[in-house]
Design a protein around this ligand. Structure first.
Ligand SMILES: Cc1cc2nc3c(=O)[nH]c(=O)nc-3n(C[C@H](O)[C@H](O)[C@H](O)COP(=O)(O)OP(=O)(O)OC[C@H]3O[C@@H](n4cnc5c(N)ncnc54)[C@H](O)[C@@H]3O)c2cc1C
Length: 471
């Protein structure tokens, strides 16, 4: 088991290499690791797993009720949701089955609800039903005036996206996958039986290759001579409201979708906050993850209609993520048998949900290109530290504190993160590569003061951990 942050790649020929350690690439690596005998590498340009789109989304475990019926995405979201719900329960990934209400605010939207219900049925989702305005208001008392009805989608849940990626990666590494961080693939050439990947740290050899490079999947595809799709980043800006707003909303409040996307929603988070967003803006820069005054103003205007009282609450943070959109309304997953290569592109707005099913699909495609797979085994389960408010956190657990007082020593008071949790994260199988990575593992500095009070202490703990070779 190895996590390598510096130095040349090992002088071996891997059976399979996965490019990109987002939620998709880590899920693929984990799935492949279930097949004994494979030598697997997971290579990532950034200094940590989950540093791309996977860290900045809306964190909903979708049912796929509104996918394009018959599409690959529809199937993989449905299967992925079922798989991830089971995996999350086993692994300690926080999930809250809050359900969603897709709210109609005018006659046109109201008329669209029965069509969305029929679409849900065509997507194999049979639990949705129409609600009248009185029931909508009873279910969501703080909703703005004028809601005419809703589609109730009880199967929609909220999930921790950070823990999901980390759980997959941790399990993959413990099962023998080599995780190479700070390792951008810049060129791919061939030497008979092997691909030669030129990385910033030297050359890596692999027989089979999976491209899970997210926003850069088109660039990597071109390195292998393909020109099938172009990724156009579609930015989604979001506002995170303080925990005091959490009681204002019970469900995920969805708008009626448009051609550009699912639209602006209000949703609780498993960390106890409320999200408003995302926008949907086509941008041409794959690093344009900043927020804009116009984007935030547009969200506030939409939010005012949905949940007016939300706008009186304090904002904890704003952020933006980039969807890997292409010119097709579906994922762009394809196998190239002669090259022993699978492209996993166009994983736009549902990749978190679909990740485990995408991984199973990619593994089948690899087998179809000739990869010799032994029968899968059960890999050792992981139990991730709980970041969810709906489940006991260490600071509330007298048993834990009695056994180890570090769990009673709060460092980040906004999020109630203890020294014990920070210590554990720094000594984990995949330690964070920065204080930001530590935040995604513990929630330290994630609260209303954004590290104003605890930032120096958290950084000191991080640096001490890094010095000891754990960080
Ligand atoms: C605003 C927004 C809201 C969303 N909401 C949801 C939601 O509620 N539910 C849901 O299921 N999905 C949602 N999504 C979609 C989901 O976040 C994505 O589908 C998913 O994160 C994509 O994961 P990925 O692994 O493909 O990409 P990424 O997470 O971007 O990972 C790709 C990785 O590849 C690495 N990489 C790129 N090029 C190279 C290279 N040459 N060499 C080495 N490494 C490389 C990158 O550094 C990156 O870490 C949302 C997305 C956005 C933007």
């Amino acid at each position: 088991m190895a996590v390598v942050r510096r130095g040349a790649p090992p002088d071996v020929t891997y059976d399979v290499t996965v490019i990109g350690a987002g939620v998709v690439g880590t899920a693929v690596a984990r799935e492949l690791a279930r097949h004994p005998g494979l030598r697997i590498a997971l290579v990532e340009a950034a200094d940590d797993v989950g540093e791309g789109t996977s860290k900045a989304n809306t964190a909903i475990l979708h049912t796929g009720f509104d996918a394009v019926p018959g599409s690959l995405e529809s199937r993989l979201v449905r299967e992925g949701q079922a798989r991830l719900a089971v995996y999350a329960a086993e692994s300690g990934i926080p999930v809250e089955p809050v359900g969603a209400l897709l709210v109609a605010w005018d006659d046109e939207q109201l008329a669209a609800l029965p069509q969305l219900l029929a679409k849900a049925e065509r997507n194999g989702y049979h639990a949705a039903r129409l609600l009248g305005p009185a029931e909508v208001r009873a279910r969501e008392p703080h909703l703005g005036p004028g809601a005419l009805g809703a589609l109730d989608v009880p199967g929609e849940s909220i999930i921790c996206p950070w823990t999901t990626t980390l759980a997959y990666a941790t399990q993959a590494v413990r099962a023998g996958v080599d995780l190479l961080l700070n390792c951008r693939v810049g060129r791919v050439s061939s030497s008979g039986e092997a691909h030669l990947l030129t990385t910033g740290r030297g050359t890596l050899r692999t027989r089979y290759l999976v491209n899970a490079a997210g926003l850069h999947a088109d660039t990597v595809d071109r390195l292998l001579g393909h020109d099938a799709f172009t990724v156009t980043p579609r930015r989604g800006q979001l506002i995170v409201y303080d925990k005091l707003a959490r009681d204002l909303v019970r469900h995920i409040l969805l708008p009626v979708p448009t051609a550009l996307g699912k639209g602006v929603l209000v949703a609780p988070t498993v960390h106890g906050n409320v999200l408003l967003g995302p926008t949907a803006e086509e941008v041409d820069d794959k690093s344009a993850t900043g927020t804009t005054a116009e984007g935030i103003a547009a969200l506030r205007e939409k939010g005012h209609r949905i949940l007016p009282e939300l706008l009186d609450e304090e904002v904890t943070a704003v952020y933006a993520g980039l969807r890997a959109a292409t010119d097709q309304d579906d994922y762009r997953i394809s196998a190239h048998k002669e090259q022993r290569y699978v492209t996993v592109g166009g994983i736009r707005s549902t990749g978190l949900t679909a990740s485990m099913a995408i991984a199973a699909h990619v593994t089948e495609l690899l087998a179809g290109t000739g990869l010799d797979l032994s029968a899968p085994r059960d890999v050792e389960p992981v139990r991730m530290p709980n970041l969810g408010e709906a489940f006991p956190r260490p600071y509330r657990r007298a048993d834990l504190i009695a056994a180890d007082p570090a769990y009673g020593e709060i460092v980040c008071h906004c999020e109630r993160v203890t020294r014990g949790e920070i210590r554990d994260a720094l000594a984990a199988t995949i330690p964070p590569g920065s204080p930001e990575g530590l935040r995604r593992r513990t929630r330290a500095r994630n609260g209303r003061c954004q590290g104003f009070y605890c930032g120096a202490q958290v950084r000191e703990l991080y640096e001490r951990g890094a010095e000891m070779g754990t960080g």
